[in-house]
Design a protein around this ligand. Structure first.
Ligand code: GLU
Length: 505
């Protein structure tokens, strides 16, 4: 049987780390087994629908390089891939469940449900559920005479369909990560399957679609584990138990400084992104920072995510997406939550920058240069990228570490020159730049040789004039080899920068 997995997000907002990791594990599993990876949009909860979220999710997948084989945009053999467009398909299954006695019509108003929740609660702190203990006190097709039910339906009285969770049963599921997980059915409530507007809830839609789309393995966040018994019961009640996918509930991603689940608020509080890309909330217009905009490389981001809950057992940490596809094995996903460490995330990015060829780095760095007003010559940008990449952790570092190759820098460390300035140094720089003016462009080694020669002629030590030269060319006390810089900016620009500083001294 061909492996088929799905990522099934609800378009209710941006995709955070945990969401993308779910995508990744689905993708890796599909690729590792020559299977299909499906993107299905679970948009049946119209109240939580956020415009733009679906496009954002698809753009994230594209940025990460995790393209689905079937999706609402790409299509596929099980179209449509948006649940709102499949509305009509779910009704018959809800009816089938009611007819078989596994589900029932419930006519209660929200107020009646609220009254029940307070009246039947066991203590001050918790409210009662609509379940085996309370359902017989409610207005539904289990308590009302058949004729009344038919009348209410004929009168188009709003109703929902609820699953009838059996009493005192143990519902068991074999999770690929956790092994056997058992649930006491008495603690599970009679979840709504079909809403008053005829839309299914997530619980019905996820089971029907996983069945119809022939999903073989379902990866999702651990937060869905409490819903799993409802899904297992539905697979059984619909008569599909032997086609039920194998489940894998992925461990939570934890905050760096505690044990709870990582949230957007932790990102705001500790100053790191939690979304893959910038997410602009259409309601508030508030932007939450994303890894892409901060300057992460997609491969580094994906590598970092893979290591949140998985390893290959050899201690290797840096992987390309291709290597991950080859090495990914579900047996090595941990059960426990994985702590997110932003410093480590940056380390991954630094590592990937070092492994990336200069041409690609130039392409990735260009938008960050342009955002700062630098339109870089392609050939020069490629050379600069190679020269400074070991100093770069995030892509904007190519600007901070390399802007002076493309534009005359502002000299911010003038004091470091003037403090120890003297006539001898003045004469040296005047003499050397005059000598340079008679010569054509030269490489770093030739420039250094001519510099050394003049140092000797002026009775100086090289160390006396190296820092001033760096500050003249770079503006500050940083950057790669100073003669490599002079070579790349060229003789004329080198002379101009020296002259400008001499003038201001
Ligand atoms: N629609 C659910 C979500 O938003 C999908 C959970 C699942 O994969 O079953 O995460």
């Amino acid at each position: 049987m061909k492996v088929r997995v799905r990522f099934a997000p609800s378009p209710t907002g941006g995709l955070h780390l945990g969401g993308v990791r779910t995508v990744l594990f689905n993708y890796l599993f599909a690729r590792a087994h020559g299977g299909d990876f499906i993107l299905r949009i679970e948009d049946t909860d119209q109240g939580r629908f956020v415009p733009g979220a679906e496009q954002y999710i698809m753009d994230c997948l594209t940025w990460c390089g995790l393209e689905p084989d079937e999706s609402p945009v790409k299509g596929g053999p099980h179209m449509p891939y948006r649940q709102s467009e499949r509305k009509a398909m779910y009704q018959q299954y809800a009816q089938q469940l009611v007819a078989a006695g596994y589900a029932y019509y419930a006519f209660d108003t929200p107020e009646e449900i609220e009254t029940m929740r307070t009246a039947h609660r066991k203590d001050e702190h918790s409210h009662a559920q609509y379940d085996g203990n309370t359902r017989m006190h409610m207005k539904n097709s289990l308590t009302l005479p058949e004729a009344t039910v038919q009348q209410l339906l004929a009168d188009k009285t709003p109703y929902v369909v609820r699953i009838k969770v059996p009493a005192n049963t143990t519902v068991t599921l074999n999770d690929m990560i956790r092994g056997e997980v058992s649930f006491d059915s008495s603690l599970v409530d009679d979840k709504v399957l079909l809403k008053a507007d005829g839309m299914p809830t997530y619980h019905l839609a996820v089971v029907v679609d996983d069945y119809l789309m022939q999903i073989t393995h379902a990866f999702r966040g651990e937060e869905w584990l409490p819903s799993a018994p409802v899904h297992v019961l539905l697979w059984e009640y619909l008569g599909w138990k032997d086609q039920m996918p194998q489940w894998a509930h992925l461990p939570l991603i934890l905050k760096p400084d505690g044990n709870g689940k990582l949230s957007k608020r932790d990102g705001d509080r500790l100053g790191f992104p939690v979304f893959a890309m910038n997410w602009t909330d259409p309601k508030t217009n508030e932007v939450t920072a994303g890894f892409r905009e901060i300057g992460f490389m997609p491969e580094a981001f994906v590598n970092m995510l893979a290591m949140l809950g998985w390893n290959d057992g050899t201690g290797q940490e840096v992987f390309s997406l291709k290597e991950l596809t080859e090495k990914f094995a579900i047996e090595r996903i941990h059960k426990g939550g994985a702590k997110f460490d932003y410093e480590k995330a940056k380390w991954f990015n630094h590592q990937h920058i070092q492994r990336t060829d200069d041409q690609t780095l130039a392409r990735l760095a260009r938008p960050f240069m342009e955002a700062k007003g630098i339109t870089a010559d392609e050939a020069l940008l490629v050379k600069v990228a190679g020269l400074i990449k070991d100093r770069c952790t995030l892509l904007p570092d190519f600007y901070t570490q390399g802007h002076f190759f493309f534009a005359t820098p502002e000299v911010t460390e003038m004091a470091a020159i003037t403090e120890k300035w003297n006539a001898q140094k003045q004469a040296f720089f005047e003499g050397w730049s005059a000598a340079l003016a008679t010569q054509a462009n030269a490489d770093a080694a030739a420039l250094e040789a001519s510099f050394n020669e003049h140092v000797q002629q002026h009775g100086l030590k090289k160390g006396d004039v190296m820092l001033p030269l760096r500050i003249m060319l770079v503006g500050g006390k940083y950057g790669p080899g100073v003669f490599a810089i002079a070579e790349l900016i060229g003789i004329t620009e080198t002379i101009n920068r020296i002259t400008a500083v001499l003038r201001s001294i």
